[in-house]
Design a protein around this ligand. Structure first.
Ligand SMILES: NC(=O)c1ccc[n+]([C@@H]2O[C@H](COP(=O)([O-])OP(=O)(O)OC[C@H]3O[C@@H](n4cnc5c(N)ncnc54)[C@H](OP(=O)(O)O)[C@@H]3O)[C@@H](O)[C@H]2O)c1
Length: 257
């Protein structure tokens, strides 16, 4: 077969990217659309979501918007059914919605623990299950979970986040081994530190900002546009035999002690 211009193209594919009205999710959706996919953006805030989709369409890209809360399994099931009816069969699912709540371990509230686990882990299960049921019947599909360097490493005040992202890495592997016989791949991308709304308090914190720059071998924060090529690869025909893999996009952070 060899490598052609089409090996990494996604023309004709429908991709749902959760948590994609801003930040990493929006950059990932833009990248998939630039590679030829029709993307469905998702978030809770419908107005901001509509603006994000309109921005992609203004750039000549194929984009739809579907507002729902990924932590609500009934809403997820209904949204997946509606997207398949209105846009087409979902070929690519990116479980990207994520939140954090920073607190000292002894001060973490039950509510914050549950909120982080529900958004970062439970939601990937709900959407993964809803979409995989349909992908299994079609014998093809790509699922990519947005993990983190915190799937591998922890920092003080990040216990719920690190626990959720570590578990998401293992959910990725568990889904991969079970869905592989059905022609489905399930992989993760693991961003290092990227400037987004989620990390705005960290960027603003001078000491933390200095720590990120000194701790990252690339000596800088990541730019969200540097993540999309890794995702496009994992969703492409070129990655047909890449399964259960966690692709670190972290400027070398996890390679360094
Ligand atoms: N930034 C980094 O350095 C970094 C590093 C490693 C991993 N990550 C991961 O990358 C992903 C995106 O992070 P980000 O920095 O781009 O975050 P962000 O800027 O805070 O954006 C989060 C997106 O998720 C949506 N969202 C949150 N909760 C949701 C829910 N319950 N249902 C549907 N949508 C929801 C938000 O919109 P609404 O609020 O309107 O719902 C927004 O569109 C997360 O999984 C994060 O853990 C980020």
């Amino acid at each position: 077969m060899g490598i052609t211009a089409d090996t990494f193209r996604l023309d004709g594919r429908v991709a749902l990217v959760t948590g994609s009205s801003t930040g990493i999710g929006l950059a990932l959706a833009r990248g998939l659309a630039q590679a030829g996919a029709t993307v469905v953006l998702n978030a809770r805030n419908a107005a901001r979501l509509r603006d994000a989709a309109a921005g992609l369409r203004a750039a000549g890209l194929a984009a739809h918007a579907r507002a729902f809360d990924v932590t609500d399994p009934a809403a997820v099931d209904a949204a997946v059914a509606a997207i398949e009816a209105e846009v087409g069969p979902i070929d690519i699912l990116v479980n990207n919605a994520g939140i954090t709540r920073r607190a000292a371990f002894t001060e973490i509230s039950d509510a914050d623990w549950r909120a982080v686990l529900q958004t970062n882990l439970d939601a990937a299960f709900y959407a993964g299950r809803a979409v995989a049921r349909r992908m299994v019947a079609r014998k093809r599909g790509r699922i990519v979970n947005t993990c983190s360097v915190m799937s591998e490493l922890a920092r003080p005040s990040t216990a719920p986040y690190a626990a959720s992202k570590g578990a998401l890495k293992m959910l990725t592997k568990a889904m991969a081994v079970e869905l592989a016989p059905h022609g489905i791949t399930v992989n993760g991308i693991a961003p290092g530190y990227f400037e987004t709304e989620l990390t705005a308090p960290l960027v603003a914190d001078e000491a933390f900002n200095r720590w990120v720059i000194s701790r990252t071998p690339a000596r800088r924060w990541g730019n969200v546009e540097e993540l999309a090529p890794a995702l496009v690869f994992l969703c492409s025909d070129g990655a047909a035999y890449v399964n259960g893999h966690l692709l670190l996009v972290d400027g070398g952070m996890t390679a360094a002690v």
